[in-house]
Write a protein that binds this ligand. Structure first.
Ligand code: ADP
Ligand code: MG
Length: 313
């Protein structure tokens, strides 16, 4: 393609909210064989539409939620935000308003009602850990509990499995080294996700899903969206390795992601595509930025490249 064609394509992209960082990225997109999608916040909306909380000890429900929210308040993770929002409504209003998420995006009720925490630690791909009044609180997945020496009673495990089979994520909570309860978070697919996956397949491009979430939830979500190839329980550092494994035979690989977690994979991919609503680090690492936050623009990006480069040859 001529420099003019590249310029025109870049302009067409920009008009559609597809920012392309350079002609090389534009050229590579036409040859993409695999598109690897991050799950949370990329295929899904990245926010909870419904939250359930189940306490397995004698602890009061409000107290349980307050402890969990205090621990999660310093986390940037979409799951953490969902939990804090839910607990906040539970605290100030009632359970039904917490469930429906009325007035949800307000920050007005942010502070003042939570416990002070110390030694907060975010553990990527696992959860968070901190101390409240000298007692350790852990909020996260099985891996976090295993690594911290917390037993998961059968009753709790069964409840989590049930959540996962319904495409929800079960978040485990241990307080003072006892498995206290579980929070179930549902993260619905983006409206256009299934159509985009179908579209890619028709274009001869193979969709893949990669996630730090557990296998059962990952499979349930993948099935819903129409993706057969799934890599689950991948730690943040491992996402770039997944990209590498698809590149091994010389295939051109695109990665679509939104989070800090995704930036090494976005950089490793031949075509890194960041969701515009994602974190700055992801946007920096990517070759493409989708400003409309619409997955249809993954197809727009590939189409644009194909049109620009095939006409000239
Ligand atoms: P994804 O790859 O789907 O974006 P992450 O790698 O961010 O997922 O997280 C993987 C898993 O780690 C989550 O599904 C959750 O179980 C756990 N996790 C991570 N951060 C948190 C947190 N702040 N609170 C609770 N659980 C968390
Ligand atoms: Mg994500």
């Amino acid at each position: 393609a001529t420099p003019t064609a590249v310029m025109v394509a870049t302009g067409v992209g920009a008009n559609n909210g597809v920012l392309i960082k350079g002609g090389d990225a534009l050229e590579r997109a036409q040859m993409v064989k695999y598109v690897i999608f991050d799950k949370t916040g990329t295929l899904t909306q990245g926010k909870a539409s419904f939250t359930t909380a189940k306490v397995f000890t004698g602890m009061d429900r409000g107290e349980f939620l307050k402890l969990v929210a205090s621990a999660e308040a310093s986390s940037e993770h979409p799951l953490a935000k969902a939990i804090v929002a839910y607990a906040r409504h539970f605290h100030f209003f009632d359970e039904s308003s917490a469930t429906t998420g009325i007035k949800d995006d307000t920050n007005e009720l942010k502070s003042g009602w939570l416990y002070d925490v110390s030694d907060f630690l975010a553990l990527p791909g696992r959860g968070v850990r901190c101390f409240i009044d000298g007692k350790r609180i852990l909020v996260g997945n099985r891996k976090l509990m295993e690594e911290s020496g917390i037993d998961i009673p059968t009753e709790v495990e069964n409840f989590v499995v049930e959540l996962e089979e319904n495409a929800k994520t079960g978040i485990l909570v241990a307080y003072d080294d006892e498995l206290t309860g579980v929070i179930g978070v549902a993260d619905p697919l983006k409206r256009e996700a299934s159509v985009v996956i179908e579209g890619l397949k028709k274009m001869g491009v193979r969709p893949v899903m990669v996630t730090g979430d557990n296998w059962r939830t990952a499979q349930a979500v993948a099935q819903e969206v129409g993706i057969q190839d799934v890599r689950a329980e991948v730690l943040p550092a491992g996402k770039a390795d997944v990209v590498g494994s698809f590149q091994k035979d010389g295939s051109i690989v695109a990665m679509v992601g939104d989070g800090i977690n995704d930036s090494p994979a976005l950089a490793a991919a031949d075509v890194g595509i960041a969701i515009g609503a994602g974190t700055d680090i992801a946007i920096e690492a990517a070759d493409y930025v989708l400003m409309r936050n619409n997955l249809e623009d993954v197809i727009t990006a590939i189409d644009l490249s194909r049109t620009t480069f095939s006409r000239i040859r």
